[in-house]
Design a binder for this molecule. Structure first.
Ligand code: SF4
Length: 94
């Protein structure tokens, strides 16, 4: 039996407190932008996915606030800000 924790188990240690609204938004008309497609590969929480229309969508649960998606896409594609105080991720490394 291995003592190595998988990604889902590690993410399961974190606590996420919901904000009034999600802190990341894909800008209108950018859903098929090639930069946005890269987020499917780089988001460590796996929040981005491509739907049947070839548009990228984002899930709202489990954001680690790492900013990688913003670095990949830039502010032309994503509206990104940290959650309000007290909301968002709390890291627990067990
Ligand atoms: S900030 Fe990080 S964890 Fe959150 S959606 Fe962007 S890449 Fe994923």
């Amino acid at each position: 039996m291995s003592n190595v924790m998988g990604l889902k188990a590690k993410l399961g240690l974190d606590v996420f407190k919901e904000d009034k609204e999600f802190h990341i938004r894909i800008k209108a008309g950018k859903e098929k932008d090639i930069r946005l497609k890269n987020t499917v590969l780089v988001c460590p929480a796996g929040l981005y996915s491509e739907n049947d229309n070839g548009e990228i969508i984002i899930g709202v649960d489990g954001c680690l606030e790492c900013g990688t998606c913003l670095l990949v896409c830039g502010p032309e594609v994503l509206e990104w800000h940290y959650p309000s105080g007290g909301a968002g991720v709390q890291f627990r490394f067990g």
